[in-house]
Write a protein that binds this ligand. Structure first.
Ligand code: SAH
Length: 402
């Protein structure tokens, strides 16, 4: 077996050579290890969800079938949420297996499912065709159901407080691998497997493993599939979708031009470059001011309020003077702050802020007229909370213990 290719790092290789990254390569090398371009790996099998409606019709025609079979197949997948040939009784028996094996290959195999909150929070560990592992988390609330999806296996952004970041980047997910996580969640909700009766997915957040803006093309195509009406896609409102990023400025600028009114979340975590350089290492390339400029441009173009994500870390970024600095940066902007009590990751000395420091931070921000929410820590007991997704690492440890 040939050794797998080494991930290319920004510090050594111009990032502009990768057509998908959407990033210019004319910046000086960063001193930290950051992987923006995914290692080249074998591609997952082609799937209907990778394709536009027109491409699906072509693909079906290439199989010697009538093009309208693409619509039927799409209705089964996106409308009835099925990929089993037995259920596709409107397709001729002889064509079913051929169409399904060509266009609906299984992409995700569940390895483990963990639930908490009385079954309303469920994390699934998926194995992909090449053995890569990713996780998604379904969270049902009284008024909505959110699925948190992965956009990459691993992550190259190397944020020191995030479990996913510690394992590095394995590869980008394909559009269909992203969409399949949502379809799988939609299927189990529709079947009534989640307490609360049969339901639908209202929100999708790209806050699982990976940096969505470093897998730009697949993520944007996935958003189009999620938001297009059946049979083209799942028919979820774009307003229910949130893309969270460390702040890849050129990609944020590009996203603003896509005509997709999704919510942008920026993982800021510090208002000053000195601290942000260490907490979110990509800050050594795009500074706080540049990231926020891109965010305000995004808000102006899309009219969508930007969410500023800020994990409160005890005695690291939770001082009142930092709340003041943040308040001054955000005052009068179309933004709200989402504070996340840090979920401690194994081996890290960092922990969540003291409750009184958290309260003081909230009050200080609110004094600037900024809307503030403190995120709940759903899924914490199943390692399904923000920044805890680290499938590869845990699988390796388990294998080592056998
Ligand atoms: N790469 C993207 C999306 C994935 S992370 C991004 O960084 O935005 C989703 C959110 O969880 C980000 O805001 C991230 O900073 C935050 N996060 C990561 N590790 C965390 C931890 N240990 N505790 C709390 N939040 C964390």
């Amino acid at each position: 077996m040939s050794p797998s290719p080494r991930p290319r790092e920004i510090g050594r290789v111009s990032v502009s050579e990768h057509p998908d990254s959407g990033l210019p390569g004319n910046r000086p090398p960063a001193p930290v290890r950051l992987t923006l371009t995914a290692p080249r790996r074998a591609k997952p099998p082609r799937h209907l969800a990778d394709l536009t409606m027109a491409e699906r019709r072509d693909a079906v025609a290439e199989l010697g079938e009538r093009p309208f079979r693409a619509d039927q197949l799409s209705r089964h997948y996106f409308g009835r949420l099925t990929a089993s040939p037995e259920q596709m009784t409107d397709l001729p028996g002889g064509s079913r297996d051929r169409l399904v094996s060509a266009l609906l290959p299984p992409l995700l195999t569940p390895v483990r499912e963990l639930a908490c909150d009385g079954g309303t929070t469920r994390k699934t560990l998926w194995r992909l065709f090449d053995g890569a592992l990713v996780e998604s988390v379904l969270m049902r609330y009284p008024d909505r159901t959110t699925i948190c999806v992965s956009s990459q296996a691993g992550c190259g952004m190397n944020c020191p407080f995030c479990a996913t970041g510690q394992a590095g980047l394995t590869r980008n997910l394909s559009t269909a691998e992203i969409v399949e996580q949502v379809v799988a969640g939609a299927r189990s909700l529709a079947k009534g497997e989640v307490p609360g009766g049969p339901g639908r997915i209202s929100n999708v957040v790209f806050m699982g493993m990976g940096e969505p803006m470093a897998n730009y093309k697949a993520v944007v195509a996935a958003i189009r599939r999620l938001t297009s009406p059946v049979p083209e896609g799942l028919g979820i409102s774009a307003r229910g979708i949130t893309v969270s990023t460390v702040g890849l400025v050129p990609a944020i600028e590009r996203l603003a031009q896509e005509g997709l009114p999704v919510t942008l979340a920026v993982s800021l975590h510090a208002p000053d470059d000195e601290l942000r350089d260490t907490l979110v290492p990509i800050n050594t390339r795009w500074k706080v001011a540049e990231v926020l400029d891109a965010a305000w441009n995004y808000a102006a173009v899309t009219k969508r309020r930007v969410s500023i994500e800020y994990a409160l870390i005890r005695d690291i970024n939770d001082q009142e003077w930092r709340a003041d600095l943040l308040g001054r940066l955000l005052q009068g902007r179309l933004a709200h702050v989402n504070l996340i009590p840090l979920n401690p990751t194994p081996g890290s000395p960092w922990t969540a802020s003291r409750p009184r420091d958290e309260r003081a931070f909230v009050r200080r921000l609110e004094s600037y007229g900024i809307p503030v929410t403190v995120r709940d820590t759903r899924g914490r007991e199943i390692d399904g909370a923000c920044g805890q997704l680290a499938a590869r690492d845990r699988e390796d440890r388990k294998a080592g213990a056998r």
